[in-house]
Ligand binder design. Sequence first.
Ligand code: SF4
Ligand code: F3S
Ligand code: FES
Length: 260
Amino acid sequence: MTTASDAPTANPSPEAPSAEPVIQRRTVTLRIRRYNPENGIVDPTWHDYPVEVFPTDRILDALNTIKWEQDGTLTYRRSCGHGICGSDAMRINGRNRLACKTLIKDLPMTNAITIEAIKGLPLEKDLIVDMEPFFQAYRDVKPFLITEGHEPTRERLQSQHDRERFDDTTKCILCAACTTSCPVFWTDSQYFGPAAIVGAHRFIFDSRDEGATTRLDILNDREGVWRCRTTFNCTEACPRGIEITQAIQEVKRALISRRV
Ligand code: SF4
Ligand code: F3S
Ligand code: FES
């Protein structure tokens, strides 16, 4: 039985709810390198756009605000908005990043935020480059399971240990942030580039795959892994945190030992 003294009592002196911190909007300037050959603009030029943002907004939000409220001709790629599709890699303050994963508050607020297209691929318009050479290099390393013999009647089994060997390189979203931050690729567009090597690594070290020799031969080309100078730009640029330089080293070692 509940007595009067057991009954829950109302808080006799409720404290006033603490004031929520108010996140203020502020104006930042996005300095965007624009290019539109259709308008006869031969050289890319920088344009400043003041835009009201919350510090917690992403660069993609700021770009959308400019496009929707100031200048609908601004052109850039985006799709998922959550770091999954790999569409919106761009050079933000001189570093390759995904616009949808870069928060305004994580950038220095003192100067304008510079935004330009990724480097090393043909510029088409504003922040858009022709990705075809990038995807061709990826296709060239045969990024799919290669097997011989008869189709199995059950799934291809693999131990956890064997799966771990290529776990890191399965995370690639083909955003091109790595390849287009590589100084070797900037000077030699024939170089396969780190993303294609990551794609090859994912299958070379897969115990269920039988195409490792084929892929290693492809990457033994003069434009293959030996062009890498271990500068680590690719690893620093990867939004998925893939240890790209290490993966490239593993492919080099596999080529030398001819063992995976
Ligand atoms: Fe992008 Fe990283 Fe894949 Fe390179 S390895 S394409 S940076 S996700
Ligand atoms: Fe280029 Fe990465 Fe090698 S930046 S040189 S591919 S370590
Ligand atoms: Fe898809 Fe940024 S919009 S990764």
